[in-house]
Each structure stands twice: as structure tokens, then as C-alpha cells.
Design a protein around this ligand. Sequence first.
Ligand SMILES: Nc1ncnc2c1ncn2[C@@H]1O[C@H](COP(=O)(O)OP(=O)(O)OP(=O)(O)O)[C@@H](O)[C@H]1O
Length: 222
Amino acid sequence: MIEFDHVHKRYPERGEALSDISFALAAGEMAFLTGHSGAGKSTLLRLIGLLERPSRGRVVVDGRDLGALPRRQIPLHRRQVGMIFQDHRLLADRSVFDNVALPLQVMGYGHREIGRRVRAALDHVGLLKRERATPVALSGGEQQRVGIARAVVARPPLLLADEPTGNLDPELSREIFELFERFQYVGVTLLIATHDLSLVARMPYRIMTLADGRLVNDSGGW
Ligand SMILES: Nc1ncnc2c1ncn2[C@@H]1O[C@H](COP(=O)(O)OP(=O)(O)OP(=O)(O)O)[C@@H](O)[C@H]1O
């Protein structure tokens, strides 16, 4: 599902944020990406979502060589990659329903189909009863689950999460990771950047570690 082939990312004002990264992630696999602050985790995820482009090397996602992707196909690529952020980036003045519906509205889905899919996504994350609430009325863990529902509502085959539990206590973090596991059971590929080493070390998944922009460790899971 994801292939990095000798990928470098250089920011003019900073130098190399990623150096010579090569790895492959199979379809249906779930893996964690760890490393110190500034190690390059977000940059790596942004390359997959085509929010950035590599300075050198090749990134292939679901058979698409992103460097060779025609500009008009970029929106289609982004739709196939669900992204989850630490700060969840919800619209504060819209209801939970509207926040989750947003990607489908952008894609031009009809009213009924949107209703059906949004409720299915909210049901998945256990928030069906809160569809009318605004994000401020929700706890941090619930807000993150709305962010996850929004990321999965268009059923992307690939989910990327950047510090999804950064603001949550261990119990809520565990719930979020269990939710990710359920998506993996139904065939979604997941790559999750996290500092939560104590939690992920207890789970049977591959852990890739970045240090100063290099992939220094890649354990294959249990
Ligand atoms: N748009 C940018 N312009 C210049 N430098 C950047 C940019 N984005 C990231 N960097 C730099 O690249 C390096 C890697 O940053 P990145 O955000 O990928 O690390 P990270 O591992 O996600 O860190 P954190 O855990 O703190 O989010 C850092 O030194 C950062 O300052």
C-alpha cells in the first residue's frame, strides 16, 4: 500500500528533515511510527498524503507513483488517504454530524447517502447519539473520535494518524488504539505516528523509529 524508495526531504531553512528513507507497508498492515520531537514523523505522513513532495526518491501509494501523478489526480489521491491529527481540526461552529459530513459534501454525495454514511461512521466510533452536539460540548476523547469518523466516512483504504492520542490520558488513548485495530480487522491499512511508546510496545504491531530524519529501527511486530 505504501512504498518509500530512498526518499529525502529537505527544507531550505532547515536542511534534511528526512534522509534516505526506504520501507514498504503492505495492504491491511497496521504500523506505528515513533521518534523524538522533530524526528520527521509528520513530514513522512505529509509525503504520503501529498501535502508535501520529496526532494529526492520515490513514494508509491496504492500503486500510484506520487511523483508522476498528474495534478488533476491529486484530489482523488487525497480522498483515498484518511488523515487524523492530534488537534482533530474540527469546525467549532458546526455540529458533529456536519463535521463528519464535510468530506462527502466536497465529493458531491447526495443528501440521503451522506446521512447514511455519516451515521454509520458515528456508530463505528460510538457517537451516534451526539450527532447534534457541537465539538465544544464533547470531551477530548470524543472530539478525537469525531475526527476519526470524519477521516473514515469516505471509506479510504489508508488511514494516517499524527499523534492521535497526544492530548489524551492512557485510558482514552487505549480506546483510540482499539478503534484503529477494528479498522484494521476490516482491511484498512494504518500508519500511526505516536509518542505513546508504553502503549504501542504492548501491541503486536510493527514499530518504525525515526531519529534525526533517518529510519533507525523497524521491528516487524510480534
Ligand atoms: N514546513 C517546514 N519548513 C521547514 N522546516 C520544517 C517544516 N516542517 C517540518 N520542518 C522541520 O523538519 C523537521 C522534522 O519535523 P516533523 O514535524 O516532521 O517532526 P516530528 O517527528 O513530526 O515532530 P513532532 O513529534 O514534534 O511533531 C523539524 O526540524 C522541523 O522543524
